[in-house]
Write a protein that binds this ligand. Structure first.
Ligand code: GLU
Length: 409
């Protein structure tokens, strides 16, 4: 199954325990709009190359389309469509007045120079700017897209449209209108959700955590768990990982990786593969990389007590059942990683109002929201006697239903 089929399967399973109207179901089967473009880029060596770019505007039922832009060699329209669908659910479960969208470019950014990446980012905006805007569609960072890239995109948008409000792209660097707390928001949010649900899950006071992925989200999550006295027993990037029973210092691992290009040879740690990381005995497993990591093939071997999904779509639906049977709590992506888009919405609001909120105000506000919505999801799972994913979908669907009623589509 591709990611979009997985996403639709999740929807069907949620609807089976939490019915929706025929109209809503029909609307959620397809995106409102999806566009594939060719982006021609002049490479540093003078040659011209075409890159494939995407934007999927899945649903505007609850507000403007919202969602990141991914630069990845595996990105394609079906993946972006799935991610845009999940954004729709995520914004609804977070209770923010946004719809769902996603974008991407098929590219391995490691093969490009900084100048080529900048031209590509600007090229993406040149292709899509007429469909974007603070009331229309608000992109943000995702896999391999940085705050700096958001600044280039925002500047390109202003140049093309004359709109200088700076509210069309979120996740920007602080130097070009970004929000305090945005870069930490997804990982901090994951931690708040974990803390909110923790009383319902049997766990020791200090947990052992394995983190797959060392981007902004994986790295940030390892740091926040460690700051709270927990032990990070394993970390990995796309090329493999390291394990230490005594615990790793994520800041040190990051510095080492920056210096050496990878984690090989990190002192007092054992080399492991990404597959091995997922199967380690630990309390909390944090997939924070790509989709489809926990599947029917390895679900039986997962030994964690909790899977905190900081990536989008890391668990296949058939693996969900296996984990549930094994008594492993899966805290679903659409709740666990909603911190990023919530603070994106705060950034958008600050840009539109010309305000700048403190980091404390931003993170306090995020924490209050995620505690409330985590409680809602937990209570729904008890009421429906179901897992947290179906419960989170059930709440999202109820809110989408409300929006549909008020629009009288
Ligand atoms: N790319 C992030 C996500 O998957 C953030 C999206 C946003 O901030 O709009 O949730």
């Amino acid at each position: 199954m591709n990611a979009f089929d997985e996403a639709q399967e999740q929807l069907n399973r949620a609807i089976a325990v939490s019915p929706v109207t025929e109209n809503l179901h029909t609307l959620l089967l397809k995106p409102e709009r999806e566009i594939v473009v060719s982006i021609p880029i002049h490479m540093d060596d003078g040659s011209l190359r075409i890159f494939e770019g995407y934007r999927v505007q899945y649903s505007s039922l609850r507000g403007p389309y919202k969602g990141g832009v991914r630069f990845h060699s595996q990105a394609d329209i079906s993946e972006v469509r799935a991610l845009a669908f999940w954004m729709t659910m995520k914004c609804a479960v977070a209770g923010i007045a946004m719809g769902g969208g996603k974008g991407g470019i098929t590219v391995d950014p490691r093969s490009l120079s900084a100048a080529e990446i900048e031209r590509l980012a600007r090229g993406w905006v040149q292709a899509f700017y007429s469909l974007l805007g603070p009331d229309q569609d608000i992109p943000a960072p995702d896999v391999n897209t940085t705050p700096e890239i958001m600044c280039w995109m925002s500047e390109e948008y202003a140049k093309l449209t004359g709109d200088t409000r700076n509210a069309t792209f979120t996740g920007k660097a602080l130097t070009c209108g970004g929000s305090e707390g945005r870069s930490a928001a997804t990982s901090a949010g994951g931690f708040y959700v974990f803390e909110a649900l923790r009383p319902h899950i049997e766990l020791p006071a200090h947990v052992k955590v394995a983190v797959q992925g060392m981007g902004n989200v994986g790295g940030g999550t390892a740091k926040i768990f460690r700051e709270h006295g927990h032990t990070i027993i394993a970390m990995s990037d796309s090329r493999g990982g390291i394990y230490s029973a005594e615990g790793l210092d994520p800041a040190e691992v990051e510095t080492y990786k920056k210096k050496n290009g990878n984690m090989k040879g990190f002192p007092n740690a054992q080399q492991i593969s990404n597959e091995e990381l997922l199967e380690l005995p630990c309390d909390v497993l944090v997939p924070a990389a790509l989709e489809n990591q926990i599947t029917k093939k390895n679900a039986e071997k997962i030994q964690a007590k909790v899977v905190l999904e900081l990536a989008n779509g890391p668990t296949a639906t058939d693996a969900d059942d296996i984990l549930f049977k094994k008594g492993i709590a899966v805290i679903p992506d659409i709740l666990a990683n909603a911190g990023g888009v919530v603070v994106s919405t705060y950034e958008w609001e600050q840009n539109l109002k010309g305000e700048h909120w403190s980091e404390k105000d931003v993170l306090d506000k995020l924490c209050t929201l995620l505690e409330r919505e985590s409680k809602n999801v937990w209570e729904r799972s008890v009421k429906l006697k179901t897992d947290l994913r179906r419960a989170a979908f059930s709440i999202a669907l109820e809110r989408l239903e409300e929006a549909l009623r008020s629009k009288k589509v």
